[in-house]
Design a protein around this ligand. Structure first.
Ligand code: SF4
Ligand code: SF4
Length: 456
């Protein structure tokens, strides 16, 4: 019998210190500081960042976005995708190794595991040991901290979609709605499962990015590489051994690079799709090289071209600014500028006009011909705003309902608007008209097109 499934082997990554570990922790710290703190900030009388799906409004500091502003979200997604292409072309899986939530939470959960159960060998011993009180206490202690952190993470996540201060009150008074409760625990469960148990399995088997990343690599992409020419033949030796006499390369075959690897691979076998480019193996190998008195960088960030052609770092860094990278950068900067300019020129209100479908057109008691419209004015400003309404497009057309409307701060309001013309003043048919909506006291105005129907 041949099994179609390979049993997964538990990985016990060893702790590591070094420049790349330092940067990873900086990213963990920054991303988590933003994630956990941001929903608690206030902007005027509301939450600074809130994605209110129920009211179909997104608040991002001074910005209030409506569904009609979907274009900005699209722009943001395009920028994220292009940034991913750019970073990947320059330095491979930078996102995976330093900022991906899966890496970040696995790192935090692993840190807790180390604090409670000890480093790699202590954890292996504990898992292999028979059941004991010490084992029970350590495992429970670890899981309780993990569960607490997961619930806090789930709670914070939901706090981006519903005001977090009210959510906190509801949480402590056990008055959360069933949907809020569901999402808090669903997200908590996903965090607990992915960062506590699945870890590298998510990167290896679930994440699509690992699969198509190779399409974005080229021979000038920086990747974590083992310098085979320098390292081989590998083997143990004393610190004083002469490499030429012993016929050995720089690799002492200590396997520390494998022990620190969060995905459990051996970088000495070349680039593998499991490698998330975290640089842990480069960090630990540098410490070994330092102890042995050899130059650092046996495992380092390098490019395929630099390794093959024995380029200096200067030659290698020059190639990083190749046409592909320049084109990605130019497109990225252009879209970012476009988004910023478009956001700064955006009118702080939106208008939607819909013709009343129940009556096409009617003759009023004053002998005029009337059409009815429904107008939605969405005030994206943070204060009450008055609007003046005007209609043009057909001779003598005028609005017979209120021409001034007040809308509360960051609110939307539907109004019924009637427009009429003298009977018989224009031919039968559909006539194009425009509604002009002016925000009183400002230069902002919007124009919405519609039609005025004159029956035969
Ligand atoms: S850490 Fe460096 S020296 Fe040790 S096995 Fe890995 S490549 Fe060789
Ligand atoms: S091989 Fe090195 S860079 Fe790749 S995942 Fe393992 S430790 Fe990180």
């Amino acid at each position: 019998m041949v099994s179609l499934y390979a049993a997964s082997k538990k990985i016990y990554p060893r702790s590591v210190e070094g420049i790349f570990a330092y940067w990873r922790w900086i990213f963990v710290f920054i991303t988590q500081l933003i994630f956990y703190c941001l929903p608690w900030f206030e902007w005027g009388s509301r939450q600074a960042v809130l994605f209110d799906l129920g009211a179909r409004r997104f608040y991002i500091f001074g910005l209030v976005l409506y569904p009609q502003d979907f274009i900005y979200l699209t722009g943001l997604l395009v920028i994220s995708a292009l940034a991913l292409f750019l970073f990947t072309a320059v330095a491979g899986r930078l996102w995976c190794g330093y900022a991906c939530p899966q890496t970040v939470y696995s790192e935090i959960f692993l840190w807790i595991e180390r604090k409670v159960e000890g480093d790699r060998s202590a954890r292996i011993r504990l898992d292999d040991a028979n059941f004991s009180l010490e084992k029970l206490v350590k495992k429970w202690y670890k899981h309780i901290i993990w569960i607490f952190l997961s619930i806090w993470t789930g709670f914070t996540f939901v706090g981006y979609f519903t005001p977090i201060r009210e959510l906190a009150m509801e949480f402590f008074l056990t008055q959360m709605s069933s949907w809020e409760l569901f999402w808090v625990f669903f997200y908590a469960f996903a965090t607990y499962g992915n960062a506590g148990f699945m870890r590298e399995q998510v990167c290896k088997y679930m994440c699509p990015y690992a699969r198509f990343q190779s399409a974005m690599f080229d021979h000038d992409t920086l990747i974590v590489t083992y310098d085979e020419e320098r390292g081989e033949p590998r083997g143990p030796r004393s610190k004083q051994a002469d490499l030429a006499t012993a016929q050995l390369g720089a690799c002492v075959d200590c396997t520390l690079c494998v022990q620190v690897c969060p995905t459990g691979i051996d970088i000495r076998n070349g680039l593998q799709y499991e490698c998330i480019g975290c640089g842990a193996c480069a960090d630990v190998c540098d410490t070994v090289m330092e102890k042995m008195g050899y130059p650092k960088g046996l495992v380092r960030y390098s490019t395929q071209n630099a390794m093959t052609n024995h380029w200096t770092s200067e030659q290698m860094w020059k190639r990083l600014l190749r046409p592909r990278v320049q084109i990605y950068t130019m497109i990225l900067v252009a879209i970012m500028l476009g988004l910023v300019v478009s956001l700064s020129l955006r009118t702080p209100f939106k208008v939607d006009v819909v013709r009343d479908r129940s009556t096409l057109s009617r003759i009023t008691e004053y002998g005029t011909l009337e059409n009815v419209y429904r107008l939605q004015i969405m005030n994206a400003a943070e204060h009450v705003q008055k609007y003046r309404l005007l209609v043009r497009g057909v001779p003598n057309i005028k609005i017979t309902t209120d021409t001034e409307v007040e809308v509360d701060a960051a609110q939307a309001r539907w109004i019924v608007l009637r427009a009429d013309i003298p009977y018989g003043s224009v031919d039968a048919g559909s006539h194009k008209i425009q509604f002009e909506i002016q925000a009183i006291g400002t230069d902002d105005f919007a124009i919405e097109k519609s039609v005025f129907i004159v029956p035969r």
